[in-house]
Design a protein around this ligand. Structure first.
Ligand SMILES: [Zn+2]
Length: 89
């Protein structure tokens, strides 16, 4: 039961992560990886930006409602601070 997330694995699940459909445990591992891997962070940020409107490229990156994970990404990508995701994300 390793929580290790490799860059390779991260890139496999990146799309799911960006879309917010990754199961919580994997997502937590992925986010932990992103916290220490700038390359993957950039990769997922790109996925998020080109993804189907998770953040939506809103002017000023206004957070969408009813989307905890999207809000997390708005903080993460736009505001620039990186809160640890809650366990039950
Ligand atoms: Zn990585």
């Amino acid at each position: 039961m390793s929580n290790d997330m490799t860059c390779e694995k991260l890139r496999e699940i990146g799309a799911e992560l960006a879309l917010g459909i990754l199961p919580g445990r994997e997502r937590a591992a992925a986010v932990a990886h992103l916290d220490r891997c700038a390359d993957c962070r950039e990769y997922v940020e790109q996925l998020t930006l080109v993804g189907d409107g998770l953040i939506g490229l809103l002017p000023g990156c206004e957070p969408p409602v009813e989307q905890d994970f999207a809000r997390f990404w708005v903080d993460y990508v736009c505001v620039g601070h990186r809160p640890l995701p809650p366990e039950n994300f």
